[in-house]
Design a protein around this ligand. Sequence first.
Ligand SMILES: Nc1ncnc2c1ncn2[C@@H]1O[C@H](COP(=O)(O)OP(=O)(O)OP(=O)(O)O)[C@@H](O)[C@H]1O
Length: 220
Amino acid sequence: MIHIRHVTRRYSAAVTALDDVSLEIAEGEFVAITGPSGCGKSTLMHLIGGLDTATSGEIVVDGLPLHGADDAELTAYRRTKIGIVFQFFHLLPTMTVTENVCLPLLLRGDAYPAARAKAGEIIELVGLGDRAQHGMHQLSGGQLQRTAIARALVHDPAVLLADEPTGNLDSANAGQIMELLQKISSQRRTTMLVVTHSEEIARQASRCIRLRDGKISHHP
Ligand SMILES: Nc1ncnc2c1ncn2[C@@H]1O[C@H](COP(=O)(O)OP(=O)(O)OP(=O)(O)O)[C@@H](O)[C@H]1O
């Protein structure tokens, strides 16, 4: 599903965030990415998500070579193949749960009634059926992250990228969000990459990739 071959990302002569990384991730895998601050975790996620391009090397996701893609192809790729969840949710504060979740579908040109129906299904799946018309200020941290997960999944992406999805939550909510991600991974076969500083969360993944100074330090 994800093939990464000899990928280097250099921000400047002094900063090499990823240094000749090679990695294969199969469809449906649930992979944790860990490592000390500054080791290149977010950089790797941004490259796989088509938000940034490698200085050298090849990345192929679901058959699409990202290293050869132009801006229009990368935009289409992000809108169809990729869902992204951030630590600080990045939801639109004046919109309801339903409106936030509909957004990726409206951006790709779906009509509102169809988008609303699809959003309703995924809002149920993440356990927010009774909060669909609530505003962001009416939700708890865990509910905000559920909304963000619903928005990231509503267009049925092949890959879900989550950058510290539980970093802003208490341990009870963090555990519930991980359970939700596991449920989605097994029900929908979405390939999941989760960046985390938590060893406990990393243990729940089917594989853990450790980065150190831009290189993979442990890759069983
Ligand atoms: N836009 C940028 N310009 C220059 N250097 C950058 C940029 N983004 C990241 N870096 C540097 O690249 C290295 C890797 O950064 P990255 O954000 O990928 O690390 P990380 O493992 O995600 O860290 P953290 O756990 O603190 O979020 C760091 O040394 C960082 O300072």
